[in-house]
Structure formats: C-alpha cells, structure tokens
Design a protein around this ligand. Structure first.
Ligand SMILES: Cc1cc2nc3c(=O)[nH]c(=O)nc-3n(C[C@H](O)[C@H](O)[C@H](O)COP(=O)(O)O)c2cc1C
Length: 302
C-alpha cells in the first residue's frame, strides 16, 4: 500500500483527508472509525453559546446547498467540557475551528485552548463580522487578516490555519498577508453568498434571505482560487469546495493543495472520505508517484 502521509504545519497526517468545519460531528463515529481520517475538524466554536439562525436554515438547490446555520454551537467552555474529551479518543489530529468578533476575543479563546491536551491546530474562521471594523468580516480586509494572524501567532505555537472566504476581490492578497504574518497554512474556500426564492409565495427560501452556497456547484470556483493562491504562497493549503470523490480531491491536489476536506458531500455519502483516501492512494500507486510530488504537479505549459 502506498501511504500518502503529509506534514501540515507542525502536524503529521497519515493521509491528506479531513472534513470541513460544520459538516461533520461526533455522531459519524457510529458509522466508521474516525481515526482513519488524516485529521478531524470541529464545527466553528465561538466564545459564548450561539443558538444559530431561525429556520429555514438549509435549502437544497439544483447543484449545491444553501445554508444559514449562523454558527450554532455550545460555546467554548461547554466545548472543552463535553466535546473535547470525546474528540481526544480518536487517534488522529484535531483541528479546532474558532471564530470571534474581535481580535482580543480570538486571543482569549486560543489561550484557553492552548492549555488543553489533544488540540493540534486552530482553523481561524475569519468569515464573521469584526466589531472593531464596522462589522465587516475579518477575512475581507488584508490588513485586518495580517493583524489578527500576527497576534494569534504570538499567542500559540500550535499549527495556525487561516480559513479564507472567497467573497473578496483579491483572495491572493489576503492569503499573502496571512503567510507574511506567520500562518502555518490556509484552508479554502468557505461558502459563497447565495440565495433562492420560492416563486409561488415570492418569499426567500432561507429565513436569513442570503446564505452560504456550497457543494458540487462551487468546485470550479474553489479550484481556481486554490490554484491562484498556491502560486502566491509557499505555506500548505487545505482545499475544500464541492469535493465528492477522489478525482475531485486529486484535481485540488494537482492544482496545489497539500490536503483536502469534504463538506456538503458528507450529508450525501457519510463514508465518502474513506473512499477518497483509498482513491488518492490508488492513484499514487497506479502512477508510481510519491504523494508529495503530486502536490501542485499541474501542467500548464506546452
Ligand atoms: C451546513 C454547513 C455548515 C457549515 N458550517 C461551517 C462552520 O461552522 N465553520 C466554517 O468555517 N465553515 C462552515 N461551513 C463551510 C464548510 O466548512 C466548507 O468551507 C464549504 O461548505 C465548502 O465545502 P463543500 O462544498 O465541500 O461543502 C459550513 C458548510 C455547511 C454546508
């Protein structure tokens, strides 16, 4: 068997596959041994509990999914008390996704998590509004991303991953600032803005009117973002956006991603991550390639 081990920041992964934040929980452990994944990524945790948005919060469209869950989560203290001990049981890396509304709140969260065992990395979800920046999302302003990443870098030695939003004009600017400020890696992409209308009632299908769009429809968009960012930075990229099978995953890896995450498709096929791990390993064997050589091996000339 050809093992596709990788290093991502300070972590060693047994294979390059994880799950995207918010699309996978501990209940999947009833279906398969989660230790088989290269890493586990939690739902985004906020300093205080959040009930999330009112329903309707999920709408299926022709080729993707709209959601406006609104970061529903039990809050950091409850996460540390109840979820973290469960996550510790699995023999794989744990990436804790965090979000907050000010840099100080982000730092407080990291300081509380730093002293917990079993946390290997932080994924910084910069899609939420920043109270100090007129409510504009952290991830849309390169200077704010630089400042936040620099401060978090000082606050932790653990692997620091900045999750980028595609809802910006120049994603490479944001990526470069995150790298310059000391990020160990990037996760991309978060959802795109989307909307659906019920024509009979003329009402928006989501209660929040506009939501986040994900699933197979966004794969080409995610792929070009990953390709562009891979040309601009040298830190590893954890790619996501519409991955449903190993060929999808391989497209991202060839375009420059070091690892991949499955989000929406977990709802369709909860075992797809295992199929993707096997598919990537088989591809390396068939082509007699080391996984490391596959990363960014795209041929654009000639
Ligand atoms: C129902 C749902 C909930 C999500 N919750 C989060 C979240 O809490 N934090 C986050 O960073 N991304 C969240 N996302 C975005 C995913 O992690 C991922 O970036 C995005 O869906 C693209 O991947 P996909 O097309 O494979 O789903 C969520 C996506 C969905 C569909």
């Amino acid at each position: 068997m050809h093992k596709c081990e990788i290093e991502f920041g300070k972590m060693k992964w047994k294979n390059p596959v994880t799950v995207a934040s918010g699309t996978f929980g501990l209940e999947y452990a009833d279906l398969f041994d989660l230790s088989q994944l290269g890493a586990l990524t939690t739902k985004t945790i906020t300093p205080l509990p959040k009930e999330g948005n009112e329903p309707q919060r999920i709408v299926e469209t022709e080729a993707g999914l709209l959601n406006s869950i609104g970061l529903q989560n039990p809050g950091l203290d409850e996460f540390i008390r109840t979820d973290l001990p469960q996550y510790r049981k699995f023999h794989t890396n744990l990436i804790v996704s965090v979000s907050a509304s000010s840099i100080k709140e982000f730092i407080n969260m990291i300081e509380k998590l730093n002293v917990q065992s079993g946390v290997d990395a932080y994924e910084i979800n910069v899609s939420c509004p920043n109270v100090e920046n007129e409510g504009i999302a952290f991830g849309t302003d390169p200077e704010v991303v630089f400042e936040l990443t620099s401060q978090l870098r000082k606050a932790t030695e653990k692997t620091l991953i900045i999750k980028l939003t595609p809802n910006v004009t120049l994603i490479t600017d944001i990526a470069v600032q995150a790298e310059r400020a000391g990020a160990d890696g990037l996760a991309m992409i978060n959802t795109l803005y989307g909307m659906a209308v019920e024509v009979r009632t003329k009402r928006p299908k989501l209660h929040s009117i506009i939501g986040g769009y994900s699933g197979p429809a966004i794969k080409p968009i995610a792929l070009q973002n990953v390709y562009k960012v891979a040309q601009a930075v040298s830190i590893p990229i954890l790619a996501m956006g519409g991955i449903t099978n190993s060929d999808d995953a391989l497209e991202f890896i060839i375009a420059g991603a070091s690892a991949v995450a499955v989000g929406t498709y977990n709802f369709v096929n909860p075992l797809c991550t295992l199929e993707i791990i096997k598919g990537i390993e088989d591809y390396c064997v068939r082509n007699d390639m080391k996984y490391q050589d596959l990363i960014g091996s795209i041929q654009t000339k000639g």
